[in-house]
Design a protein around this ligand. Structure first.
Ligand code: ATP
Length: 298
């Protein structure tokens, strides 16, 4: 049985009166990609900070790559790569120099540094831009460099905090391919995101987070089947009509979600004959997200 790259039990992190992480259980089995999916403020970034020991948990058990945190966080950090949400590249240096700095930080022996840099440049498809100053790179290239930088020491585990936030769809696809490649090579990955599609495409297991807790955990298709069923029925109309549909659904015990200009009835396959007119479609992870977190998706 594979081991756990990450194992959290009852992790709690408080900031004064705010409990950012509130009794979180989280497992990342080795060689899998787990996606933390949650709305703003759900506690995703704080969870990432606990795992890198940038923040220290008030309660709970935390293990990363078999090391206990915070006691052995240095040893854990040596075998993990961290891709922060905010770009903190050194803009005065070139692509290659940024990577070189990290080969030193990770204490890669001198004779292996060149090869490590070449490999990281190759994975991130940045070989041709090695001499460019960071300032001269596009947003997508900068983000690929951030990922490359986290890979120079061949980490067993990579943490990606909102890897594609603010990027256009084409660049996002490129990064997805890169993350997928990492996973196919056996690297364990924990990724936070608030993009449903990103979680659906990349994660073997999705953990839906709300208010510092895991409110649902499972493979994306299993979560959809469990919480939203097979089909959704979208009903459009003016606000008064939508309120009527919601009220009616409530009396009949059907679960619904609001989508701006429509109401969606979930598990529509169980609503035969009596349902209102609308468009049927396959249920999806967004339905689960909205149902469990009460948040609309941008
Ligand atoms: P986002 O997607 O917006 O980054 P998130 O899911 O990553 O959201 P966190 O950044 O972990 O959420 O924040 C969880 C809660 O903890 C929020 O209410 C936030 O304001 C609070 N919080 C986070 N860091 C701190 C801090 N250093 N001091 C005080 N409060 C904090």
């Amino acid at each position: 049985m594979p081991g756990q790259a990450i194992r959290l039990r009852g992790a709690v992190k408080r900031y004064g009166p705010i409990t950012a992480v509130d009794g979180l259980d989280l497992d990342v089995p080795e060689g899998t990609c787990v996606g933390l999916l949650g709305p703003n403020g759900a506690g995703k970034s704080t969870t990432m900070r606990l795992l890198t020991a940038q923040a220290i948990a008030d309660e709970g058990e935390l293990e990363v790559l078999g090391f206990t945190l915070p006691r052995d966080s240095k040893a854990a950090r040596a075998e993990m790569g961290v891709v922060p949400q905010l770009d903190n590249l050194d803009t005065t240096l070139t692509v290659e120099q940024n990577l070189l700095v990290f080969t030193h930080l990770y204490r890669i022996p001198r004779e292996q540094r060149r090869e490590a840099i070449e490999r990281a440049l190759g994975v991130a498809n940045l070989r041709e831009r090695r001499g460019a100053k960071v300032d001269e790179l596009s947003g997508g290239m900068r983000r690929r460099l951030l990922i490359a930088r986290a890979l120079v020491h061949r980490p067993r585990l990579v943490l990606l905090d909102e890897p594609t936030v603010g990027l256009d769809p084409q660049v996002r696809q490129e990064l997805w391919a890169l993350i997928d490649l990492l996973r196919s090579e056996g690297t364990s990955i924990l990724m936070s995101t608030h993009y449903i599609e990103e979680a659906q495409r990349l994660a073997d297991t999705v953990v839906v987070m709300a208010a510092g807790r895991a409110v649902a955990t499972g493979p994306p298709t299993a979560l959809v089947a469990e919480h939203a069923g097979r089909e959704a029925l979208e009903v459009y109309g003016p606000p008064a009509r939508l309120r009527e549909v919601e009220a009616d659904a409530q009396t009949r015990g059907w679960s619904t979600r609001r989508t701006g200009t429509s109401v969606t009835i979930l598990r529509a396959e169980e609503v035969d004959g009596e349902g209102p007119d609308g468009e049927r479609r396959a249920a999806n992870l967004e339905d689960v997200f909205v149902l469990l977190t009460g948040e609309e998706v941008a």
